[in-house]
Ligand binder design. Structure first.
Ligand code: SF4
Ligand code: SF4
Length: 314
């Protein structure tokens, strides 16, 4: 998307306050939400149906879940679990490295989209959120922790793996646990005890938004790090923004898109802010098509940073 030039500053004077979702030309309202929910549902369906195909019908071209997922001869390995096995075994296992390549490339280009568009924990969180009262959906909800804690979670998890000499996240990965519990239920007619960890991960969603994903998921931290300079970003057209803050209220990661925080490492490209923005001031953009567009994105970021500082000074 072409970015705004430096002369595209908004006109002075009071801004109209939007009282409802705006329609009209250029609106993107509701464009991504239904697709995101459908994608999350289909991704969950894959790991739900897979054990039945394996066990009852002997169909094995699809195997595993979102820690290690096999489609035919192609295996996808979760980057954190792959990194853990590297640390524990201290050896390079080529199939594991190849399996990590596609998820890492996806994160490098698109950011944390596994978390926002595929992970079963996000699917459950979206269901819980849609069942909650509208007033409780705002910003981060009542239960909130700092974004930066995710780096502590990642470092702590890797240190623990090295100290114990055992892959901790292989056992306690929430998306992995969902797949493993379904597999155990089908194959053994019982659940694993560590499945209780899923309750602890999802319970805060009753009063907060993406509490675990935002501040405590080590896999999310690793994918955010890999996608820090992602090519796909949500960009801001400042002259269209009417400062209604609907994007901030929509953001499950408690970011402020109108202040340039879509470019931060914590944005997981869910598109909720794009949907919420009536005047279509926010849009997904491929930041890499040409050097000009990349410079434009950086300008938008610094513009928004300036606004942020200006707002704090006031
Ligand atoms: S970018 Fe955010 S604050 Fe600006 S118009 Fe869109 S929803 Fe409102
Ligand atoms: S800034 Fe927008 S795209 Fe990024 S996490 Fe928030 S709502 Fe999703």
């Amino acid at each position: 998307m072409p970015m705004q030039s430096e002369t595209a500053a908004r006109p002075a004077g009071p801004r109209p306050v939007q009282s409802g979702r705006a329609g009209g030309a250029g609106t993107t309202a509701g464009r991504y939400g239904p697709w995101r929910l459908l994608t999350l549902f289909l991704a969950f369906l894959v790991i739900l149906v897979n054990p039945f195909l394996n066990y009852f019908f002997g169909i094995n071209w699809l195997q595993g879940w979102y820690q290690s997922l096999g489609v035919g001869h192609l295996w996808f390995v979760s980057p954190l679990e792959g990194l853990e096995s590297l640390l524990v075994t201290r050896s390079l296992y080529l199939p594991s490295l190849i399996g990590m390549a596609i998820p890492l490339l996806l994160a490098f280009l698109l950011g944390r989209v596994f978390c926002s568009w595929i992970c079963p924990i996000s699917f459950f969180a979206e269901i819980i959120e849609r069942c909650r009262l509208p007033g409780s959906r705002r910003r981060g909800g009542r239960v909130r922790f700092g974004h930066h804690l995710i780096w502590f979670a990642l470092v702590a998890e890797l240190l623990l793996t090295m100290i114990l000499g055992a892959p901790v996240f292989v056992v306690l990965s929430p998306p992995g646990l969902v797949g493993r519990e379904i597999m155990m239920a089908v194959f053994s007619r019982r659940f694993a005890l560590e499945g209780l960890f899923l309750v602890a991960v999802l319970a805060p969603e009753l009063a907060g938004r993406r509490v675990f994903c935002r501040s405590f998921c080590p896999l999310g931290g690793l994918l955010a790090l890999v996608g820090a300079r992602r090519r796909m970003v949500v960009t801001l057209a400042p002259e269209r923004c009417i400062e209604c803050e609907r994007c901030s209220q929509a953001c499950p990661m408690a970011l402020r898109p109108a202040r340039g925080e879509t470019l931060s490492v914590y944005c997981w490209n869910c598109g909720a802010c794009v949907d919420a923005c009536g005047p279509a001031a926010l849009a997904f953009a491929w930041d890499g098509a040409d050097p000009g567009s990349r410079a434009g994105v950086r300008f938008a970021y610094h513009f928004a940073q300036g606004r942020n500082e200006h707002a704090q000074e006031k």
